[in-house]
Design a protein around this ligand. Sequence first.
Ligand SMILES: CC(C)(COP(=O)(O)OP(=O)(O)OC[C@H]1O[C@@H](n2cnc3c(N)ncnc32)[C@H](O)[C@@H]1OP(=O)(O)O)[C@@H](O)C(=O)NCCC(=O)NCCS
Length: 395
Amino acid sequence: MHYDLRLLTVEDLPASWEMSRIAFGLDRKPPPGWLSARPGRHTWGAFDGAGRLVAKAMDREQDHWFGGRRVPASGIAGVVVMPDLRGTGLSRLVLARLFAASRDRGAVIATLFRTNPGPYRRLGCEQIGNLTWTALPTASLAEVRRPMEVALRPAEVADVPAILETYRIVARAGAGLMERSGPLFDTSPGAVLAGHDGITVATDSAGSVQGYVSWKRGPGYDASSRLSVPDLIGLSAPATTAMLALLGSWASVAPTVVLRLPDPDPAALLSSFTGARVESDDRWMLRVLDAARAVAARGWPRHVNGSVDLLLADGVCPWNAGPQRLILADGVGRLEPGGRGELHLDIRGLALIYAGIGAPALLRRAGLLGGDSTDGETFLQAAAAGPPPALLDYF
Ligand SMILES: CC(C)(COP(=O)(O)OP(=O)(O)OC[C@H]1O[C@@H](n2cnc3c(N)ncnc32)[C@H](O)[C@@H]1OP(=O)(O)O)[C@@H](O)C(=O)NCCC(=O)NCCS
């Protein structure tokens, strides 16, 4: 069967919504704006001979922070194949096209939240982290003492740049967190402050913002009542402690607080988190789209200097495959064609190394690394030494 592959136009969007609605059990009516062109989003579709949309996948223009640098990415979302045609290779067809097209527009990695890792693994993606909401008895935070040197107050319009920068400082020092700017993010003060019941900022004695917590009040004040906390980001221990104490003060009217936090996070190191349980856990995956440009785009550990000769296997993005020498010097990486190909690395293994969690012994036991070079493995171990990836934005 031949399928036409092309970008969806506005005329295709009702059919596209219907596919998503059926696949994910959504409302009949799409969210506002969904049926018009949305900047930063490109949806690839496969059409059968009758012109029916039968498979689709969206490429979102977004950046993720790795090693202190913004890495241009394709955020993949809305992958759906018509029920009658699943298992016939359509998602492979659409995603292979999306990989090539997003690479052409400058994306060097792809990220996605998966329902099932199987189809994405077959296309070279690997799971690198979880987006977790943790439910905590609010009373367990009531023991936290608020440091008197920290002031707490409601965020104002003038605080928005500092709020965005607080998040960015943490993202820059970590791995995987999304850059909250660009076409997919509305960073106007109105948009940042809306959507929550409150954003509370924590300031030091000089009045400078050292953290913020955004929170949303659920209904009622009985045993089932809760407070949701999408962001609790502190730059210092006193600021984080003050914000935890603020949450603890809700114990009498919202017995459960539900926090979206990276793991590990200072909040869990500064309080007991007694009774914490995972409320929801969404796994996300990474694919290296363009190995050479991806290696050059991220920052690497500054004290890891050296090289390793790899033989990269990639059946879907052939431009990555073959012998490649990975060279790191002073925090900068290069991947150059050639070398002796001593270590055989699957592209999924490179995704784990890129994310900072690809210990060679793990990759070898998972069948993602072969060949022979003890020095090369020691080098890769140091190159992939973290920090562990985190992501706070679902897409
Ligand atoms: C998930 C979905 C998009 C896969 O699409 P598909 O067209 O059926 O997948 P394909 O036939 O192209 O298969 C691609 C590869 O994944 C493998 N695969 C497909 N489904 C799989 C499964 N459930 N488990 C493991 N591997 C699977 C196939 O064997 C194939 O590998 P191969 O080409 O190397 O043999 C489709 O089943 C679907 O629309 N599901 C409902 C919506 C959904 O879950 N979307 C994903 C949101 S993240």
